[in-house]
Design a protein around this ligand. Structure first.
Ligand SMILES: Cc1cc2nc3c(=O)[nH]c(=O)nc-3n(C[C@H](O)[C@H](O)[C@H](O)COP(=O)(O)OP(=O)(O)OC[C@H]3O[C@@H](n4cnc5c(N)ncnc54)[C@H](O)[C@@H]3O)c2cc1C
Length: 532
């Protein structure tokens, strides 16, 4: 990675939004909330923040691997959620990790875990720190906290071209992973929006969702085998294309969010880079009519790479629509054959469901760079930077994502949207904006992703956003949606995850934790409570 990461925002210190992007965002939100100008809190500087002194000193044998540097402790204090951003701009760094470890290999990971065990410290595995659910933040505890940053485990170690798979280290960031695979002509083709600043180990530990909307949606689908260092020892699963031998050991660690062990390596399934593409966008007068169309496409088993449905509000904000129509971005990709026929069949379904498509944006010779689809793509790539402009202006900008079966979708969507809008008005005294898009779709249901914007009170942003999030999560949970489709559970979603998972399963997970991490070192408070 070229350059230093911002401890107060997204990406590198050298990467910020251009002045014209900032003024457009400001103008949109000033108009939306009926205010003339914003009072802007400057981004914090590292020198102005005082941190609690480290409560523990690493042993001499680990001095080369461990840091108590001020900037490193700031950077590792938070993930990248709205709550994190609000606390960062409020200069609230009350609970930093004591030490940040940067092990270079498994032997050093074992040594750091052994040291944590010997001083009863908490150990937090850290990939890119892009968690938006409180997954990497030090828990409020009297125990010392050591964050284990895996950035030195950043290599593709081996490529098996025959089976189309690669052995990749857990701390490998998205761009480094793809650039090391590139000479082979193969790709993992897993692109979460956070791709640039998140890692393979983080994706596996959180069951992340990639950019592609159907078929291979989650990282789970690409894991062939895993190697994991746990406090009880190191384990490795067999490399297999499939297996019926009991519950899958891989599945125990996929989604384990750093509570059972540190994923140091994985054999990942690859595929040839796609060369054939066909893409366009369609528009619909009515959102539920568009959703019906997406249902028909998902049940046609055409498996488009993208069927991203944006409601009218979402399309407008991202410059992809006129604010009156829902927009459906459709893309087909293949490394093997032209995709026009699939696109044409999907467009027949669009027409049959009352949609119109944009002739000018039909693109069969490359990526989706034109029309509404192209506009959406550009906006999607800039979006992660918006928060560091909005938070200092007192705008609560957050998202939550879920999934639900098609039979329940319309009632579910209407109620969740209405309850979130009501909560925003109750909490802030002003109307907010709640929009929805589908990030992924399955033959049995969509994964709706809600975004909301509200004008908050800068002194109470965290509290206000929590009140809104609680209202939304309560209704979503009561109506049977999952508390997360791909952002993970972390600490923030615990209360709803606990209601969603069967109690007997929770007991089995605690038993697994007790067996692999008997002293409860790893990421306490995430997924399960501290061990009794
Ligand atoms: C702007 C933005 C966009 C995002 N877009 C997406 C998206 O499109 N799809 C999506 O799924 N998520 C998305 N996220 C959420 C986040 O990027 C994912 O959860 C991602 O998988 C986290 O990867 P990471 O390497 O940053 O992990 P971290 O944030 O460092 O860690 C996440 C969790 O995994 C654990 N962990 C990390 N590495 C390891 C390891 N090697 N072994 C064991 N445990 C480990 C941590 O302890 C923590 O509990 C987004 C976040 C942001 C800020």
């Amino acid at each position: 990675m070229q350059g230093r990461l911002k401890f107060w925002g997204w990406g590198l210190e050298s990467e910020v939004l251009r002045p014209e992007e900032v003024s457009t965002l400001e103008a949109t939100h000033a108009h939306r909330f009926g205010i003339a100008a914003f009072d802007v809190t400057p981004a914090p500087r590292a020198e102005e923040i005082r941190l609690r002194a480290p409560r523990v000193t690493p042993p001499v044998s680990l001095r080369e691997v461990c840091s108590t540097d001020h900037y490193q402790r700031l950077l590792h204090s938070y993930g990248r959620s709205f709550f994190d951003s609000a606390r960062i701009f409020a200069r609230d760094f009350a609970n930093p990790p004591d030490v940040v470890a940067f092990p270079r290999d498994e032997r050093e990971i074992v040594a750091v875990l052994d040291w944590c065990d010997s001083v009863n410290a908490v150990a937090i595995p850290w990939g890119g720190g892009s968690s938006v659910v409180g997954g990497v933040e030090p828990p409020r505890t009297d125990r010392h906290v050591v964050t284990i940053d895996l950035k030195h485990l950043g290599r593709v170690l081996e490529i098996d071209r025959t089976s189309q798979a690669a052995r990749i280290q857990g701390g490998t960031y998205g761009p480094a992973l793809e650039s090391q695979l590139k000479p082979s002509g193969l790709t993992l083709r897993h692109f979460p929006q956070s791709f640039e600043f998140s890692t393979l180990g983080g994706w596996i530990a959180t069951r992340s969702g990639g950019h592609y909307a159907t078929l291979y949606t989650h990282i789970d689908d690409f894991v062939e085998s895993l190697r994991v260092v746990t406090p009880a020892g190191t384990l490795e699963s067999f490399r297999l294309p499939g297996s019926g031998a009991g519950p899958s050991p891989d599945r125990l660690f996929i989604g384990s969010e750093g509570i059972l062990g540190i994923i140091t390596e994985a054999w990942m399934r690859l595929r040839p880079r796609p060369t054939f593409r066909a893409a366009t966008s369609a528009r619909f007068k009515e959102f539920y009519q568009a959703a019906e169309c997406v249902r028909a496409i998902s049940q046609s088993h055409l498996y488009p790479a993208n069927t991203r449905l944006l409601d009218a509000g979402e399309a407008l904000v991202n410059g992809a629509g006129d604010g009156r129509h829902s927009i459906l971005v459709l893309t087909f990709e293949s490394a093997d054959r032209p995709q026009e026929a699939n696109l044409q069949r999907a467009l027949e379904i669009v027409r049959a469901n009352g949609g119109e498509y944009d002739e000018r944006a039909l693109n069969t010779d490359g990526a989706q760079r034109q029309g509404a689809a192209g506009q959406w793509r550009d906006s999607f790539l800039r979006m992660p930077y918006y928060r560091e402009v909005l938070t200092p202006r007192g705008i609560i900008a957050d998202t939550f994502e879920t999934s639900i079966t098609w039979d329940r979708f319309p009632g579910f969507h209407a109620k969740v949207k209405a309850e979130t809008e009501r909560a925003i008005e109750d909490v802030t005294g002003k109307k907010g904006v709640v929009t929805c898009r589908f990030t992924h779709v399955y033959p049995d249901g969509p994964a709706p992703y809600f975004s909301f914007h509200a004008l908050g009170d800068k002194r109470r942003l965290v509290e206000q956003c929590w009140e809104i999030k609680i209202a939304a999560s309560e209704v979503l949970n009561a109506l049977g949606g999952t508390i997360t489709h791909h952002h993970a559970v972390g600490r923030d979603h615990r209360r709803w995850y606990d209601k969603q998972r069967p109690d007997l399963f929770a007991g089995a997970l605690r038993a697994a934790k007790k067996s692999l991490d008997p002293r409860g070192i790893l990421n306490p408070g995430v997924l399960v409570d501290a061990l009794a």
